[in-house]
Design a protein around this ligand. Sequence first.
Ligand SMILES: [Zn+2]
Length: 591
Amino acid sequence: MSDAAPVTPLVRTTKMRVVAQDPSVGASNGKAILTALVDVPAEVLASGPRGYRVQVVDYDASTRRLYPPLDPGDSSEAWMAAPDSTVPDSVILEDPRFHARNTYALIMRTLARFEFALGRRIRWGFANEGHQINVAPHAFADANAFYSQRDEALLFGYFASRSGNRNVFSCLSHDIVVHETTHALLDGLRNRYMEPSSPDQAAFHEGFADVVALLSVFAQQEVVAALMDRPLDGRARQRGPEAGVLMKEDAKLENLRDSTLSAVAEEFGKEMSPIGRSSLRHSATMTPSKDALKQFIEAHDRGEIVVAVMLNAFLAVWATRLQQLFRDPRTRFIDRTRAAEEGARVADYLLTLAIRALDYAPPVHLEFGTYLTAMLTADREVRPADELQLRQQLRDWFGRFGITPAAVSGDGAWLQPASRFSFERTRFESMQRDADEVFRFVWENRDRRKLSLYEGAYTRVISVRPCFRFAPEDGFVLRETVAEVLQQIRLSAGELSRYGVRQPDGMPSEADVMLFGGLTLVFDEYGGVKYVIGDAVLDPTRPEVQERQSARLQSLWERGFYSKKKFSMRRFSAVHRRRALSSLAQIHEEW
Ligand SMILES: [Zn+2]
């Protein structure tokens, strides 16, 4: 008889130490590099590391060199034996095996964060529906990093530091790794957001990736605390009777912006400016203007509007929370750790909301006002009472940039449809996972009193996703099923006017035009239709649908998308390079 081994429950997460801020920050002020412990889904890794969703293959295309993989069984060094132990700065700066683990951990943590927010597993956006993304931490000797859908990969470059005496690795930048991972995850969730549409949609990919990266930084309490304790521009920040406390005055919105936000933005900008990160400083301090949408058309400039709005909403809610702690007039200061904890909690919730809103966004043609409405809806679903005035702050800050909710309801969230849908011929049980069953429902309800789809278009269900959402305070679980319906129709430019769409000025009549439209359907746990979000490709009963198609076509035509033969996919490598170039130009101006 064999000895019965005690049953040990499988752990779901494991802790790994990652670089929390760009390594140059520690180096420049003579302190150790700031690191943080993050929770990563537990798994038995293969050499690389290679896991069930991420596989690091550390090939450098510039030098044609394959770096040695991290062997998970190797415990010859303390940092390898215990992934949560401290890591010497020399290892952080020089050991490619640590770079591989750092990149792996940040990508997995970001994936887990999305899965938590959405309450389900998430796929990468690859054509073959592959499960593992390839990651090259030292992909090339160039100041760039990007997500490549074609290569199913995240590629991180490296470049010489300003002083020229060492390399700067973009795979060590928390911000850049999370930004690129977010592009890949967003592409998996809303495949069509990479295609040509309004200027908002192109900008959204960039803005959203920055929002997730920044809120992920603020959601780490130890990082927020460290930032609050750091002197800014050489002057000591502490105004209190002793270090480690926050005075009432410091808890005001403007002062929080000056201290914490500017500190993060500035530190991001330092070494990573060749890769375009100094624009974060710009968005953090951007002055609200109702003309911003007219002024900023280019993707990354326009994306900064979303970043500015979200950061300001975050600060405003954080300041409100802090002011509540000062309600007693005798309270002159609070513990700074406590203040950081509040900030991390607000950031974490806002991050969940920013991600969850994607499920309440249309499958194509996302605009900023639509995203605002999606966030307001996502929040109302789990927090009916707006105790922190988060929804109010979001509306207020978007409003300052001239962006209003897409929904006409009083609270700016999506309205529940008034139509009575027909369910007679569909079974809810299979509608939770079967695209054919959902399509049958869609087809039976296509008429204008129900889903109002355009009959003459090619229509298909591109995803069906059952999900569980957790409410932040009471652990309440909301069950929903989200399905995406896509419509497309190919017309020649000369035919457009027959359908109520304007032919862009100067576009030849024989030019081929593909129009897209689509709906996101949200079903409640009993199979009822809760929300119908988006527009059919054409809708003769609603002239505003054709009006929006006309405006998008005109804008694409003006931006040169039709000058090439076919629709071209946007390439993040190019977007990031433009961003880098313009941020260098900015620095030039500043200096
Ligand atoms: Zn990007």
